[in-house]
Write a protein that binds this ligand. Structure first.
Ligand code: OVM
Length: 407
């Protein structure tokens, strides 16, 4: 047994199937569909012996755990580590790793800074940069879509939207890798990502300071709420850190995965080109189909149950969003990527009080990128094998060689 330090060696609750798989094995992370299927088929909830945790992957069950924030708390961490037992690697996020009532205030402030209205105000910046980047890539013709497109776009537009005055694109991407790999066990992936911490963490923290931000960005909006007394200056800095934690790797992955879906399904790209009103539904389908954030955990804050199975206080529950988004009971034909599916209720952004607060910004970025492509690109071809990059919480590409043909 390979338990996280400090974790209790939980026994499987009576009647719960025990499974020896390591879902954080890189081989599983780069090809997760068989694991997702088995997880759903083994039961409402399964016990992962290796980590002494429960796991859920059916749509209804995953949604039920995620929605029940009173029994399944976030304040003990949304990874395998129980913050009640072990020291987190960084001060906990005051929006992600909290419960009501603390969560409520931080959420309100962030929701205001990331509102549909603000996302709309970002649209022109997003469109200009998307048009310029797609033009430049069409000029090149062939390129590596992860490093030259997916990683470049969000690290160009998002720091501008936040109001960062000093940008280090590689540090932003690598910090995202740390944050999301930290959600998994203390494995080689997590350690490799954490090796960058001494260089990156101080830079990230310094970048959150008020005097490093412009007066007109999302960061300034957060600090302005400190002036009204709604939050403290320290809390404002922590919420800016949440922008930098959650706003980069996720959208990088969204773009890469969108390019993968469209290059692998040329008839769906043709359909999208013929009807640009499908851009938004197409992105939702990319989210459902690839689940950029594949896994988040919760912790039973008190004795409770999942589908009638008793769950002890302190039990970690691995919620596999990627499995829920491919549950055939919910989606019928989950293995088909269809830009006109309109997958209402997908859980790629989570669900409930912790549902992605930045989703309006993410959608605005993808709207800009896909709209530039639809206007300018005729064909999207994969010109080599796509390679996935294993990550304990993110399903992202490592390499995606692409050729774009202009219209
Ligand atoms: C945060 C945070 C970090 C990672 C993910 C996330 C998806 C939030 O620091 O608040 O939401």
């Amino acid at each position: 047994m390979n338990l996280i330090a400090g974790h209790r060696a939980l026994e499987a609750p009576v009647g719960v199937p025990v499974w020896d798989i390591d879902p954080y094995d890189p081989d599983v992370l780069v090809d997760p569909m068989p694991y997702y299927r088995q997880l759903r088929e083994r039961g409402e909830v399964v016990f992962l012996r290796r980590y002494g945790v429960l796991a859920v992957g059916r749509y209804d069950t995953t949604k039920a755990v995620f929605t029940d924030y009173e029994n399944f708390v976030s304040s003990r961490g949304v990874g395998l580590e129980d913050f009640a037992v072990t020291e987190p690697w960084r001060p906990p996020s005051i929006i992600l790793e909290t419960d009501p009532p603390d969560h409520t205030k931080a959420r309100r402030v962030m929701a205001r800074a990331l509102s549909p209205k603000v996302a709309k105000e970002c649209a022109r910046l997003f469109e200009e940069e998307a048009d310029a980047l797609v033009d430049a890539l069409l000029e090149k013709g062939t390129f590596e879509a992860v490093t030259e497109f997916a990683e470049i776009y969000p690290t160009t537009v998002f720091p501008k939207a936040v109001g960062m005055t000093e940008v280090h694109q590689r540090y932003l991407v690598d910090y995202g890798a740390m944050v999301f790999n930290a959600i998994g066990p203390d494995n080689a992936l997590r350690r490799a990502a954490m090796a960058h911490a001494p260089e990156i963490v101080p830079w990230i923290m310094a970048s959150c300071a008020r005097d490093r931000l412009t007066k007109d960005g999302l960061g300034a909006m957060i600090y302005d709420t400190a002036d009204t007394g709604e939050i403290t200056l320290d809390e404002a800095g922590m919420l800016v850190r949440s922008f930098l934690s959650a706003g980069v790797d996720t959208t990088v992955t969204g773009i890469g995965n969108a390019l993968w879906c469209l290059s692998q399904n040329p008839e769906q790209w043709e359909l999208l080109k013929s009807d640009p009103s499908l851009i938004r539904p197409a992105f939702e389908e990319v989210l459902r189909f690839t689940s950029p954030v594949h896994t988040f955990c919760r912790t039973a804050g008190r004795p409770t149950q999942i589908s009638g199975v008793p769950v002890e206080e302190g039990t970690k529950v691995v919620c596999v969003l990627g499995a829920a988004n491919h549950d055939p009971d919910k989606w019928g034909d989950p293995e088909n990527f269809r830009v006109d599916r309109r997958p209402v209720g997908h859980v790629a952004f989570g669900v409930g009080i912790h549902g992605c607060v930045g989703q309006n910004i993410a959608r605005a970025e993808l709207q800009a990128v896909l709209s530039a492509m639809v206007r300018k690109v005729d064909r999207i071809e994969a010109i080599g094998e796509p390679v996935w990059r294993p990550n304990n919480a993110i399903r992202a590409l490592d390499k995606l060689p692409i050729r774009l043909t202009p219209q």
